[in-house]
Design a binder for this molecule. Structure first.
Ligand code: GLN
Length: 243
């Protein structure tokens, strides 16, 4: 980790901030500080190179044209190298929806054309038949609780055969791969998902998972309003799934 402060890099908020994704950065800062770890948000704009000295990188969701502008900027400013350097130095990364698609091999543009991604994750995204909108719930052995969010995408993401999904879907669609009813990916210290929310507001355990991956063991911390929100969303997801 960076010597003094945990640096949380919010990538291209002006393009990939459509769903309040900056909330994920705020939650990481809050939960780090609650453990006595000083933390700051670094806003990485699309008209400048991406810093390679971050500890946690956050990629949010966005519309087709915005996500193409984002990947174009990353390519122009050597973002792939910045991210590769950061990840090999131990950084963690959270990629939501458009962010997830950008980091794969390719994804569909607004006219369905193939747009090259950064190829940092073992997946690719193709255009689905319809837009997938609604509550999304997943479970996995990695988390003691289910994860919930709201999905809104047309792209369908196919993981490479041996890639691990973030979770099995019990509500909603997730990646939209007909062969595997799963959401997202977990790849080293990178987590990808179709869960908007902001995802870390709805899933404090996911926020702590990212923090632990860069800080090691964390002191216990119970944020009662956060727990209440996560519990209520899980209750609703379970109820919707059993209808
Ligand atoms: N534009 C992408 C899609 O529709 C991502 C959407 C999003 O980030 N919500 O699949």
């Amino acid at each position: 980790m960076n010597e003094s402060k945990l640096r949380i890099v919010a990538v291209h908020q002006e393009l990939l901030g459509t769903y309040g994704d900056i909330g994920n950065a705020a939650i990481l800062v809050h939960r780090a500080r609650a453990r006595g770890v000083s933390a700051e948000i670094v806003l990485a704009r699309s008209d400048a190179p991406l810093p390679s000295s971050g500890d946690i990188y956050l990629f949010g969701g966005g519309e087709d044209s915005a996500q193409i502008a984002s990947v174009t900027s990353l390519r122009v400013y050597g973002g792939e190298l910045s991210l590769t350097t950061a990840l090999s130095n131990g950084a963690a990364l959270l990629a939501i929806c458009a962010g997830l698609q950008i980091l794969g091999e390719y994804f569909p543009g607004s006219g369905g054309e193939r747009v090259e991604g950064l190829n940092l994750l073992p997946l690719h995204t193709i255009s689905g038949k319809r837009r997938l909108v609604g509550e999304l719930g997943t479970r996995s052995d990695r988390f003691s609780v289910s994860l919930t969010g709201f999905e809104n995408h047309r792209g369908c993401t196919v993981l490479d055969e041996d890639a691990e999904a973030l979770g099995e879907v019990f509500l909603g669609i997730g990646n939209g791969d007909e062969a595997r009813h799963v959401d997202g990916i977990i790849f080293g210290k990178t987590i990808g998902t179709y869960m908007h929310g902001p995802a870390l507001a709805r899933n404090p355990e996911l926020a702590d998972h990212l923090l632990v991956s860069v800080l090691g063991v964390l002191a216990p911390y119970e944020d009662l309003p956060a727990t209440a929100l996560a519990t209520e969303r899980r209750r609703v997801a379970n109820a919707l799934a059993s209808r």
